[in-house]
Design a binder for this molecule. Structure first.
Ligand code: UDX
Length: 476
């Protein structure tokens, strides 16, 4: 490479909100250092980002930042609701995306020097190796889940999986190094609940996870101070790990340092944000509101929504509830009706939106607790904001994240596998009233520690600098 040319890095996330968020923030961090970036979104997400955000104008400030769309293998009119992106892993679809990626790379006017690709897109590794491009995997979900996924074959071999029914859920797992003291069957990523050890989804995740050491390095959205014990374990399999998170906080810090506090943020949201909830929060007392949101993928049953709603109402705490359109499962549109009906009854206590500016909400002084599905981005955003959590994990890594929040970091409570109004009421009262000061203190201490990691000289800050230097080194 010409030594005066800046490195050209290609990013390719799995096309769901929780994966695109940290990837595009890392892309912006590298663009800040002058790197040329090509960011691939699926056509569907590209269109949504154009519709709901100022994406084009925002990234135009970085010379050489190109936003491109690539097929996700599905027809454009596919509804893409729920965990639709799993369709990408069907063999024919995967081949189609792999071919598009290869064609794009071969035909780029400025060759790509380095690829940062979602750790679940294993086919990209084959393309990178064929074209001789260094490649790093970015696993956007939690490090603890990566480590548990890695040991699924060992758990099966030791007879610890499959789980033998509901009465087996509290059994401790011994084959995941570093987690022996807290990992129960109940806390394993949800796919481990499959009764068949040949389960197709489980095999797929294991395949991608076990492929990780073949990449040149692994990027994780965490800090050494948060996940140090698990990171040392992961380094026994993937020696070069860059722990550079929380990426949202790292980006904010570096933008503040460059442009001052008034810089504009890019909110890479796939839904339209309803900012009226901020005006509503402005009218509430400090730390009096429970923020309730279950992320970008999961759909909940009508009965579950009703239990959570009444638990909140009975707790007497004020609440801000996000109910994504089409995310409540009920017969013949009943799911959506129940939302309107309940809201009408509880207008004085609660506020409801389709989609919130989550980071702004969590950082609002009125918010004192977060009832969350424990998605990894939501967990990190809550930690940085110093907001204690009440975890109601639904699927994927969430079962394990919630265990770590409650048992290892002690900054929240874990409600997994129970959903009744009494339990919701009790846990909300515990966090918002009975042990409010205790939880607020531990969450504030954790927030301080993790915010320091993304400050100059902090571990995540230094790890990002090392990544930047390594990319320069590999690209020259
Ligand atoms: C999914 C999995 O569920 C999660 O466990 C895994 O770690 C990543 O993929 P998702 O459901 O998208 O995640 O949850 P999460 O990782 O928490 O990401 C949701 C993102 O959407 C967050 O960055 C959050 O700030 C944002 N969000 C959510 C909003 O901006 N507004 C909302 O109203 C709700």
């Amino acid at each position: 490479m010409d030594k005066d040319r800046c490195p050209h890095v290609l990013f390719f996330p799995v096309p769901s909100q929780g994966h695109v968020n940290p990837m595009i923030k890392l892309a912006e961090l590298l663009a800040l250092t002058g790197f040329r970036i090509t960011f691939l979104n699926s056509h569907h997400n590209h269109e949504r980002l154009l519709k709901f955000t100022n994406m084009t104008a925002h990234f135009a400030r970085y010379p050489g930042f190109e936003l491109r769309a690539i097929t996700d293998g599905l027809p454009l009119d596919h509804p893409r609701s729920g965990a639709w992106f799993l369709k990408m892993y069907e063999e024919a679809t995967e081949m189609k995306i792999k071919q598009s990626l290869r064609d794009m790379l071969v035909n780029m006017s400025t060759p790509v020097d380095y690829m940062i690709v979602d750790g679940f897109l294993g086919f990209a590794l084959d393309v990178a190796r064929e074209l001789g491009i260094p490649i790093v995997y970015f696993r956007t979900s939690s490090p603890c889940s990566f480590w548990a996924y890695y040991f699924i074959p060992d758990m099966i071999q030791a007879g610890e999986l499959p789980i033998k029914g509901s009465e087996d859920m509290d059994r401790f797992i011994t084959t995941v190094p570093g987690m022996e003291t807290y990992l129960r069957c109940r806390d394993l990523p949800s796919l481990c609940r499959a009764t068949d050890k040949e389960d197709a989804y489980m095999k797929l995740i294991v395949k991608h996870t076990r492929k990780s050491p073949q990449a040149d390095a692994l990027i994780l959205n965490t800090a050494e101070e948060l996940d140090g014990a698990i990171l040392s374990q992961i380094r026994t399999k993937c020696p070069n790990v860059y722990a550079i998170g929380p990426i949202n906080a790292q980006l904010n810090n570096r933008l503040n340092a460059k442009h001052g506090e008034s810089h504009d943020h890019f909110s890479n949201t796939l839904w339209e944000e309803d900012r009226s909830c901020i005006s509503w929060l402005d009218k509430q007392r400090n730390r009096s509101v429970v923020y309730v949101s279950f992320g970008s993928i999961m759909s909940m049953k009508r009965e579950e929504l009703i239990e959570i709603w009444y638990g909140l109402v009975n707790s007497k705490s004020k609440f801000l509830f996000v109910v994504r359109p089409n995310s409540v499962i009920g017969k013949d549109g009943e799911g959506e009706d129940v939302v309107k009906e309940l809201f009408d009854k509880t207008k004085d206590q609660g506020y409801i939106v389709d989609w919130a500016p989550q980071e702004a909400v969590l950082n609002h002084a009125a918010v004192g607790g977060f009832l969350t599905h424990s998605g990894w981005n939501s967990t990190l955003e809550s930690i940085i904001a110093g907001v204690p959590m009440i975890c109601w994990p639904y699927f994927s890594d969430q079962q394990l994240n919630s265990r770590v929040v409650s048992e290892v970091w002690e900054i929240g409570l874990d409600m997994k596998d129970v959903c009744n109004r009494k339990m919701v009421e009790e846990m909300v009262n515990d966090v918002m009233v009975d042990r409010k000061e205790k939880f607020a203190k531990s969450a504030a201490e954790m927030a301080k520690l993790i915010n320091e990691s993304v400050n100059v000289g902090g571990s995540s800050y230094s790890n990002l600098d090392r990544l930047i230097e390594d990319i320069r080194g590999m690209s020259s």
